[in-house]
Write a protein that binds this ligand. Structure first.
Ligand code: SF4
Length: 80
């Protein structure tokens, strides 16, 4: 029997961005630019609904960890 590819079991990540906390450091845009575009003043917004597929998880999680003001927040699976 041929080897079957092992599906990626890592769960999707869900994040939200609290723009009231963002101080425009821009680290998130460096780590995950398609998720955190910056406006003309350097403040981030969140592109999309915050759902991050496994393929992008590491980049977005890095952005979350590196945000100095913790403006990127991981959502619980049951949180809306
Ligand atoms: S890293 Fe944090 S403070 Fe900096 S732009 Fe992104 S969300 Fe804002």
């Amino acid at each position: 029997m041929p080897d079957q590819p092992i599906p990626d079991q890592s769960p999707d990540l869900r994040v939200r961005l609290d723009r009231t906390l963002c101080d425009g450091f821009g680290f998130c845009a460096e780590r995950a630019p398609t998720y955190f575009p910056l406006d003309d003043w350097g403040y981030a917004s969140l592109e999309g609904d915050g759902r991050v597929p496994a393929a992008d998880r590491d980049h977005v999680h890095r952005a979350l960890l590196d945000c100095p003001v913790h403006a990127i927040i991981e959502m619980r699976p049951d949180e809306d």
